[in-house]
Design a protein around this ligand. Structure first.
Ligand SMILES: NC(=O)c1ccc[n+]([C@@H]2O[C@H](COP(=O)([O-])OP(=O)(O)OC[C@H]3O[C@@H](n4cnc5c(N)ncnc54)[C@H](OP(=O)(O)O)[C@@H]3O)[C@@H](O)[C@H]2O)c1
Length: 243
């Protein structure tokens, strides 16, 4: 097995995912740029390579079984293992999302990407992760999925507007992640959740207050944890987020 570590980042063509790829690349990692649309994917890989990152393109739509299977095949043939999987791809489903008026299809669509997509990708990539000496899974969640913060007195400030599809999809993702933590306990695969903070990206019409580089920091830290690092945690830059 080569000393170079390899990561796959989903939704890496822009925003926080791109910066996670750039940050891991700057640490010397070989980075698979998972992205569903060809021109956006190729452009991101070219930009990363221009800055010296050892990046390669991975066509990947997290909602599509065949696409995800093909992505795993590509990583298998090209690298043979995976040291870190960063499940970053995500959507909001658009706003407003009042529970009383939401189209149920909005919830279905968001869950399909933000939750089922993570399960679909993780399960196909697990055999590759098991071949790593220090495998890590990072699921990019959000503090808006924190039930503690949602139910606290400052919920509007700490978790933003009511969002029955997006916020709940992140709560669901957190719960699903804990099931992986339990199943994978003792395997050496460390599984954690990262919240990037409120970051200016397409996701929020660039209204976020942090840069994508800042938003990438926690995910990069969790992808590069030492063997005695945590598993089953929900982290932001300032520390642990309450469930
Ligand atoms: N921005 C924030 O303030 C914030 C806060 C908390 C958590 N997050 C989380 O951070 C992650 C990244 O979001 P971002 O802010 O960087 O948003 P973004 O700029 O909109 O990027 C989202 C990425 O996900 C990709 N994606 C969406 N659906 C996909 C699919 N079916 N298959 C593959 N890729 C797909 C997008 O690809 P396309 O370009 O093809 O659409 C894009 O690359 C998300 O999980 C989000 O929930 C963001």
């Amino acid at each position: 097995m080569s000393d170079t570590r390899t990561a796959l980042v989903t939704g890496a063509n822009k925003g926080i995912g791109y910066e996670i790829a750039a940050g891991l690349g700057a640490l010397g990692w070989n980075v698979g740029v998972g992205a569903r649309e060809r021109s956006r994917r190729e452009e991101a890989v070219a930009r990363l390579r221009e800055t010296g990152v050892d990046a390669f393109a991975v066509p990947l739509d997290v909602t599509d079984d065949d696409s995800v299977a093909a992505a795993a095949q590509l990583v298998t043939e090209r690298v043979g293992h995976l040291d870190a999987l960063v499940n970053n791809a995500g959507i909001t489903g658009g706003f407003p999302q009042q529970p009383s008026t939401v189209d149920p299809d909005t919830i279905r669509t968001v869950v399909e990407t933000n939750v089922i997509g993570v399960v679909r990708v993780t399960n196909v990539m697990l055999p590759l992760l098991r071949r790593s000496s220090a495998p890590r899974i990072v699921n990019v969640s959000s503090s808006v999925g924190s039930l503690t913060r949602q139910s606290g007195p400052d919920s509007e400030t700490t978790t933003g507007p009511v969002a029955v599809a997006y916020s709940t999809s992140k709560t669901f993702l957190n719960a699903v992640t804990l099931q992986y933590v339990r199943e994978l306990a003792g395997t050496g695969i460390l599984v954690n959740l990262a919240c990037p903070g409120f970051v200016a990206t397409d996701l929020n019409g660039f209204r976020g207050l942090r840069t994508p580089q800042q938003g990438a920091v926690t995910a990069i830290r969790l992808a590069t944890l030492p063997d005695d690092g945590p598993t089953g945690g929900f982290f932001e830059d300032d520390g642990v987020i309450p469930w």
